[in-house]
Design a binder for this molecule. Structure first.
Ligand SMILES: [Zn+2]
Length: 505
C-alpha cells in the first residue's frame, strides 16, 4: 500500500488491524458522529469578492471525531487579503436563544471549554443531521461524497451483497478497501482532479477509488494512535513546502465513539477533555504559524449516541419461529437487522410474521421492505439493501435467544436519524466563519424591510459572541468544502441542496 502513495511519517506496519470487537461489543475498534431552514432566494451582495480576495485556494483541514466529534476535518484556504476580524462586527439584530441541542449538546456540558471557545470565535451548528443508518461508515462516506447511503453504496458497517455474493465488513480490510464497494466521488478525489494536494489521515474509506484516484498522502487506519501523534502528522503536512503541502486534510478520531459504546453517552468525561485538548493544541499550532485567517478547521462528527445500558430486548427468533430464524442466511446493519432469507425459504410468510409483530409492537420496532421504507431514510434504491429490514426504536435492542444481551454496549447508534440523540456536531473556525458572520451582518443591516428577508436566514442564533447555524444535513458538507476550496465548478453531483451555502458565503 505504501508504494501507492507518497511516504507517510506514520508507521504503515501497524496498519488496519481489525479489532477483535464488533461494534456490538461497544468497542468498535476504530473505523468506526431536519430542520433545514428554507433557502432564502434573496440575493445578497457578497461582502468579499471571491474572484479578487481569494488569490488562490491552497488548503483546508477537516477533522472527524467519531461518536460526538466523529470527525474533524479541515480545509486550508488562503486569502490574499484576510477578511476583517469577526470581532469587529457590531451585531445588534437577532435574539440570542438557548443553545440546547439535544444529541449535539456535548459542547454545552462544560467539558470542552476550548472547543466551545473555538465555536464562539468561529461558529457551530445547532446540530448536524446524519444520514440513515446512523452508523460510522455510511456517515463518513456521506460526509465525503454528499450522498445518501442508497447512492454511495455503504449501506451499513457490515452487509451482504447478494449480487456479488460477498460481504462488506468494516473491519475486514481485504474486503472493505476494495474500490468496487465505494460509489460516489469523495471530496479528496474531486480536489485531486482540480489539481489540489490532499491528505487522508485514517478517514474511513478506501485508499483508492475505482477510477484509480488516490489521496496524495494517505495514512491507513491504526487503532490506538494518540491525538498527539495525529496532530504531529497534521502539522508536518502543514509545514511542508507550498508545492507539497496538502490543501485538504482529512483526519479521523474514534476515541469518543469507543468511550460512548463502553460507558454510555453521559460518562466519557475524560475522552471529551482529551479531544478538547487536541482542539486547543491544533488551534494554538495554527496561531503560532499565523494561519488562523487562512486555514479553515472544521470539526464534525458522524453520528450521536444513545444510552443503551438498560434496553428492552426484542427476540426476533421468537417472531420468526425456529425454522424461520434458521432460514436467515445473512444479518446486516446492526443494530438494525437486514434479513436475507435462504432462497428456498418462504420469505413472504416470514415477512408477514414480522409485519404482524411490528404492528403489535410499533413502539419497539418497525419492519420494512425497500418498497415500504420511509422515504426520508433515502434507503431503498440499492440492491445491497436487504429485502427485509427490521429497525429498532430507541431503547430497544434486536437480538435472539442465543445471543441475548451478551456483549451489549452501554451506548449505541444506528437508529432513526430524526432522533435528536443521533445528531452530530459541526464546529468551524477560520475564514469560512468570518465570512459567514460578515455576510449575516450585511444582511441584518440591509435597508430592505425585514419582512422581505428570512428573519434568521440560516441562523439559529446570531450575536457577537455566539453564532449558531440552523441544523443541516451532513450531505451538505461536500459542497461546503467545494466552495471553500473554490472548486465548485468541478464538484460531483450530490444529494445536497443546490445553493445551500449561498446564504452563508
Ligand atoms: Zn460506534
Amino acid at each position: 500500500m505504501a508504494s501507492l502513495f507518497k511516504s507517510s511519517p506514520l508507521s504503515l506496519k501497524d496498519t488496519f488491524s481489525p479489532g477483535p470487537f464488533e461494534e456490538r461489543k461497544g468497542l468498535l475498534s476504530g473505523i468506526d458522529t431536519l430542520s433545514t431552514s428554507e433557502t432564502d432566494e434573496s440575493k445578497q451582495t457578497p461582502l468579499y469578492d471571491r474572484s479578487t480576495s481569494l488569490s488562490f485556494c491552497r488548503a483546508g483541514i477537516i477533522l472527524s471525531v467519531c461518536g460526538f466529534f466523529g470527525l474533524a476535518f479541515g480545509v486550508f484556504y488562503w486569502l490574499s487579503a484576510p477578511p476583517s476580524s469577526a470581532k469587529a462586527l457590531h451585531f445588534d439584530g437577532e435574539i440570542l436563544r438557548s443553545n440546547g441541542t439535544h444529541g449535539a449538546d456535548y459542547l454545552d456540558r462544560g467539558l470542552t471549554p476550548h472547543l466551545l471557545d473555538i465555536s464562539k470565535e468561529g461558529l457551530r451548528a445547532k446540530f448536524m443531521k446524519p444520514i440513515f443508518p446512523t452508523l460510522t461508515f455510511p456517515n463518513h462516506w456521506a460526509l465525503m461524497t454528499g450522498l445518501y447511503a442508497e447512492s454511495h453504496g455503504i449501506i451499513a458497517n457490515n452487509f451482504w451483497d447478494a449480487e456479488t455474493d460477498s460481504e462488506f465488513h468494516y473491519s475486514n480490510i481485504s474486503s472493505c478497501w476494495q474500490p468496487h464497494w465505494w460509489y460516489g466521488e469523495p471530496m479528496w478525489e474531486t480536489a485531486g482532479k482540480a489539481g489540489l494536494i490532499t491528505a487522508n489521515l485514517m478517514w474511513p474509506g478506501p485508499p483508492q477509488m475505482s477510477s484509480g484516484a488516490t489521496p496524495t498522502y494517505f495514512v491507513p487506519w491504526a487503532n490506538k494512535v494518540s491525538l498527539n501523534t495525529k496532530l504531529a502528522q497534521i502539522l508536518k503536512w502543514i509545514d511542508l513546502p507550498l508545492d507539497e503541502r496538502p490543501q485538504l486534510i482529512l483526519a479521523y478520531e474514534p476515541s469518543l465513539d469507543q468511550a460512548g459504546h463502553a460507558t454510555g453517552p453521559y460518562s466519557q468525561e475524560d475522552t471529551l477533555k482529551y479531544v478538547d485538548t487536541f482542539a486547543k493544541d491544533l488551534r494554538n499550532s495554527l496561531v503560532a504559524r499565523n494561519l488562523t485567517e487562512i486555514v479553515d478547521v472544521i470539526f464534525v462528527s458522524d453520528h450521536g449516541m444513545t444510552d443503551t445500558s438498560h434496553p428492552e430486548l426484542v427476540y426476533i427468533d421468537d417472531v420468526l419461529g425456529e425454522e424461520g430464524w434458521r432460514a436467515v442466511k445473512h444479518e446486516d446493519g446492526w443494530p438494525s437487522m437486514g434479513l436475507h432469507f435462504d432462497p428456498s425459504a418462504n420469505s413472504s410468510h416470514y415477512l408477514e410474521r414480522l409485519l404482524a409483530a411490528a404492528a403489535e409492537n410499533s413502539e419497539k420496532f418497525s419492519v420494512h421492505t425497500p418498497e415500504t421504507m420511509p422515504e426520508r431514510y433515502h434507503f431503498a434504491h440499492s440492491t445491497r439493501i436487504a429485502p427485509v429490514y427490521v429497525i429498532p426504536k430507541i431503547g430497544y435492542v434486536l437480538t435472539n435467544r442465543k445471543e441475548g444481551d451478551v456483549g451489549l454496549s452501554k451506548g449505541n447508534h444506528g437508529y432513526d436519524n430524526n432522533d435528536p440523540t443521533m445528531n452530530a456536531i459541526f464546529v468551524a473556525h477560520g475564514p469560512f466563519s468570518t465570512v459567514a458572520k460578515a455576510v449575516h451582518y450585511s444582511q441584518s443591516t440591509s435597508p430592505r424591510p425585514r419582512w422581505l428577508l428570512n428573519p434568521n436566514n440560516g441562523w439559529y442564533s446570531a450575536s457577537d459572541d455566539t453564532y449558531v447555524m440552523e441544523g443541516f444535513e451532513n450531505i451538505e458538507i461536500y459542497n461546503l468544502i467545494m466552495k471553500l476550496l473554490d472548486i465548485q465548478s468541478q464538484a460531483a453531483k450530490t444529494n445536497g441542496t443546490i445553493g445551500f451555502w449561498d446564504r452563508y458565503l
